[in-house]
Design a binder for this molecule. Structure first.
Ligand code: R2B
Ligand code: URA
Length: 308
């Protein structure tokens, strides 16, 4: 398809995802630079049009393992027999497709997930995906929770406990509301296996721009606050309903909200931040705990696909 035909097709396709950017319609070809796909070369509707669930997580190896797990667990098969192909032609992110599930790595922090979300939102638009859900599946520090607990985010809040994602644009701070899907969160909570030996709970998730000072830690290379300041801040966060702390949730919640995509965040706690800063679980615990959000998502997908 040449650029003009492709553009016409994507404007006519009735896609339920409409990125809120009027300039996109004026552009014949769109190069999704960081994921290495383009509207004129990559047959996006044919390759990605059936995507329903876009799952993102920080690490490339975890997202590859997630794709393998989902492929096995849901019996979706893969694009090339049993070998999964990384569909990202750059090494910035990785992306695997198994049936209607896309498993994509987002790196660490909001600048990284923001670039990816711009390109994934455009990808699902150009591909004509319908009723798509974006889910971040990750790790976090908990507040007052047993390590290994899974938290489904109710409201994503920033470091001031506001439900907002603030980003500098044209030299001004633009504040966008965080909007996650209550419906998806409820269905994720309902997908928990009641026989499992760990809890899945809900609460507010605080997203920060740093792992150390930004999360009130006192074990970074630089620290100008006291242990007492840290405890008072984390206690205030707890009182504001925060149950876990990570680094991407508000960005995803605001960008999905702006694009009217249902978004959700599911994270496993690696430690209780009310008790300390260092992450000291064993490699075996790490592996087992990281798998918990994956199992929850698999059960959620099965429930959703049964409804179709
Ligand atoms: C959770 O873990 C990472 C930091 O260790 C970060 O990406 C996050 O949100
Ligand atoms: N990821 C975070 O962002 N914070 C933690 O404490 C643990 C994982």
């Amino acid at each position: 398809m040449d650029g003009t035909t492709e553009k016409k097709a994507r404007l006519d396709n009735g896609s339920s995802v409409r990125p809120p950017n009027p300039y996109l319609e004026k552009q014949d070809v769109d190069v999704l630079f960081h994921i290495g796909l383009a509207t004129d070369k990559d047959q996006l509707p044919a390759r990605f049009g059936d995507v329903k669930f876009v799952c993102m997580g920080g690490s490339t190896t975890r997202m590859k393992r997630f794709a393998e797990f989902i492929s096995e667990r849901l019996g979706f098969g893969t694009q090339n027999g049993t070998v999964l192909t990384d569909l990202c032609s750059t090494d910035r992110y990785c992306m695997y497709k198994v049936g209607c599930v896309l498993s994509v790595s987002h790196g660490m922090g909001m600048p990284s997930i923001s670039i990816l979300l711009h390109e994934l939102i455009k990808l699902v638009h150009y591909a004509g995906c319908k009723d798509v859900v974006f889910i971040r599946m990750g790790t976090c520090g908990g507040l007052g929770l047993k390590p290994g607990t899974v938290v489904v985010t109710d409201t994503a809040v920033n470091e001031m406990f506001e439900p907002a994602y603030k980003v500098p644009i044209l030299g001004k701070i633009v504040s966008r509301p965080t909007q996650l899907s209550k419906e998806v969160a409820t269905e994720l909570l309902a997908a928990h296996d009641s026989n499992a030996d760990y809890d899945v709970t809900t609460g507010n998730t605080m997203s920060t721009s740093d792992f150390y000072e930004g999360q009130a830690r006192i074990d970074g290379a630089i620290c100008e606050h006291t242990l007492e300041d840290k405890i008072a801040y984390l206690q205030a966060a707890y009182e504001a309903g925060v149950r876990n702390i990570e680094m991407e949730g508000t960005c995803l919640a605001a960008m999905c909200g702006a694009a009217k995509i249902k978004g959700a965040v599911v994270c496993v706690t690696l430690l209780d931040r009310l008790l300390g800063d260092q992450v000291t679980m064993t490699p075996e615990q790490h592996q087992e705990w990281e798998h918990r959000p994956q199992e929850l998502l698999a059960r959620f997908f099965i429930n959703q696909l049964r409804k179709e």
